[in-house]
Design a protein around this ligand. Structure first.
Ligand code: AMP
Length: 571
């Protein structure tokens, strides 16, 4: 880490360059959250380090490759942090992009960054050069931590491109073959071993600063990035762990990508803050998941997307594996079909709970002891007594009565008050008194005198493909660069397993050859779109239908494709 040049403000000082563009909590709310003890006045790395001291000999992390105690995991993380400080030009307050899969090195690097005062940006290994560039520029990230052996091994080439474009200046290969001038994981750990880790930068952080950047929107236009602050992000994880009764002895198996808000705040942090064991599945594949269930006998699967639950039901081996250790099986991230909940109960003997959550904060979950009316039909109630929910009328001002559909708007001790450096988005996405407009349609339902919420639709233009979000405007903007396309609309088409997939309606230039799904995909990959966002069906149309206010009538297109699919023979 280079010294701070004379006369410049240290980037990590409150209000310094790296904090510019941060909309934070009003003083009154901060005072209240601290007075009630929800916020502790300590930083995320300080809390994680304290938990690791307390539970030193317990199992912290299990993957199919390694098992690490808290002592072992945090020694690695401290060495990684000390190595980052010593061997890179990164300063505390800098941000680093992550392109890592579900491997132990990801957990070590994430913790290492926090201990070095460096902010992880939870980007995915599936993101392309364009997406990483846009996001890195937006948050001011100069570093990249990558897994060189991820997928088809494409990440080193991407990293070279990002370096030659001048977007990224520091690359750490946290796993896989070394390349060029990139630092390797082993080299960083070796450097770290000879540095005094007692003086790591996290000691001088302040709890009201940004700890981690989470992603929300797409990457065209102005990105939506959720700045998660030390105190509130810690509380989010602690509140979740408390709600689920986690502590020493709990074994939590996480089957989804860990470098995502859900992975961090439903799995990694709640486990490591409470002395529990995190089991990380390498992929969301059912055979690997069943192997890990047999090997580790988990108590909790804290987030299973409906698509994974359906695959679990379809796999005959699920009936042979002993699932009896699993006391908590939480389905979330997407609307759950009632049929799936009932089949999990009847076929596998699993009594589900449901969860709603998002990168911006707010988690809801159904109580473990609630009846099926609540567990099968709602996503429960918020996890903190200080969480506030309003179901707003489309006018955005008044609340709708109980049972009526309206926009879910939320505020509380771990829900952001604004996206990072996004004044324009913030004006539309938050009410004047700081409630986040989720863009989800919900109802408040009273059951036995208690309030629960169900998610019954969406206003925002997003496709939820097996919990991976595809922002229609991002894909449409890139499709519009196609030389044969005059106009385009991406809409959700129903899918039995993934819930939704993207269907592109295209208006072509006269006499243009119609693109196929494959040729459009090649074009969009070339434009830097991540593979999981590619349209999976193309429909040609003479002109896009418009609503009476002149917007593309996507509802009509969704109905059109749903009807076409229903009329087609099932394969
Ligand atoms: P993300 O920020 O990627 O976690 O996505 C958050 C969004 O996922 C929410 O705003 C909802 O649209 C959707 N979502 C999350 N959980 C559920 C759920 N249980 N039911 C329906 N939609 C959900």
């Amino acid at each position: 880490m280079p010294p701070v040049p004379d006369g410049t403000v240290h980037p990590f000082s409150p209000g310094g360059p790296s904090e510019r563009g941060l909309v934070t909590y009003p003083e009154k709310a901060v005072a209240e959250y601290r007075a009630t003890g929800y916020w502790t006045g300590r930083t995320l790395p300080a809390e994680l380090r304290a938990a690791a001291h307390e539970h030193a000999d317990r199992q912290a992390l299990i993957t199919p490759e390694v098992a690490l105690t808290y002592e072992e995991l945090f020694t690695l993380a401290e060495n990684f942090a000390a190595g980052l400080v010593e061997a890179t030009e990164l300063w505390p307050g800098d941000a680093v992009m992550f392109q890592m899969g579900n491997v132990a090195e990801t957990v070590v690097s994430y913790l290492g960054c926090l201990l070095a005062g460096i902010r992880p940006v939870c980007t995915l290994p599936q993101h392309g050069v364009r997406e990483i560039s846009v996001l890195a520029r937006h948050v001011g990230a100069r570093g990249l931590i990558l897994q060189a052996d991820f997928g088809r091994g494409q990440l080193p080439d991407q990293a070279r491109q990002l370096m030659s474009d001048g977007v990224i200046t520091e690359v750490v290969v946290a796993r896989g073959p070394a390349f060029g001038s990139a630092l390797t994981y082993d080299a960083l750990l070796r450097v770290g071993e000879v540095v005094d880790s007692a003086h790591l930068p996290y000691h001088s952080l302040s709890p009201d600063q940004i700890a981690v950047f989470q992603l929300s929107g797409g990457t065209t236009g102005l990105p939506k990035v959720a700045p998660r602050l030390h105190e509130e992000y810690t509380y989010n994880s602690v509140a979740w762990a408390t709600t689920l009764n986690w502590g020493p002895g709990t074994v939590a198996l996480y089957p989804l990508p860990i470098m995502h808000n859900a992975g961090i705040s439903v799995g990694l942090q709640p486990a490591l803050l409470t002395g529990a064991t995190l089991v990380l599945a390498p992929t969301a594949g059912i055979p690997a998941l069943l192997d890990l269930i047999e090997a580790t006998r988990p108590d909790a699967l804290p987030l299973v997307p409906p698509a994974l639950a359906v695959r679990l039901l379809e796999e005959p081996r699920s009936r042979q594996v002993d699932l009896s250790s699993i006391k908590t099986f939480i389905v979330g991230g997407q609307k759950l079909a009632l049929e799936t909940a009932e089949r999990l109960r009847d076929v596998l003997g699993i009594s589900i709970r449901q969860k709603f959550g998002m990168a911006e904060g707010m988690f809801l979950v159904t109580p473990s002891d609630a009846g099926e009316e609540v567990r099968h039909h709602t996503v429960g109630s918020p996890i903190s007594p200080a969480d506030e929910i309003r179901i707003l009328h489309p006018d955005g001002k008044s609340e709708v009565p109980d049972g009526a559909l309206g926009e879910l708007c939320v505020r509380g001790p771990y829900t952001i008050r604004g996206y990072f450096r996004a004044e324009q988005h913030n004006a539309a996405a938050f009410t004047a008194d700081g409630f986040y407009r989720t863009g989800d349609l919900a109802r408040r339902r009273i059951v036995d005198g208690m309030a629960y919420y169900s998610i019954d639709g969406r206003i925002k233009d997003v496709i939820n493909r097996g919990v991976e979000k595809i922002h229609a405007d991002e894909v449409e903007e890139l499709i519009m660069r196609h030389p044969d396309v005059v106009n385009a609309a991406l809409v959700a088409m129903p899918d039995k397993v993934l819930g939704e997939r993207g269907c592109a309606y295209l208006v072509l230039k006269p006499a243009a050859a119609p693109p196929t799904v494959a040729s459009l995909g090649v074009f969009l990959l070339g434009e830097g779109l991540a593979r999981y966002k590619l349209p999976e069906r193309v429909e040609l149309i003479e002109s896009l239908p418009l609503s009476n206010v002149g917007k593309v009538a996507k509802k009509a297109l969704r109905e059109d494709i749903a009807m076409k699919l229903a009329a087609e023979p099932h394969v």
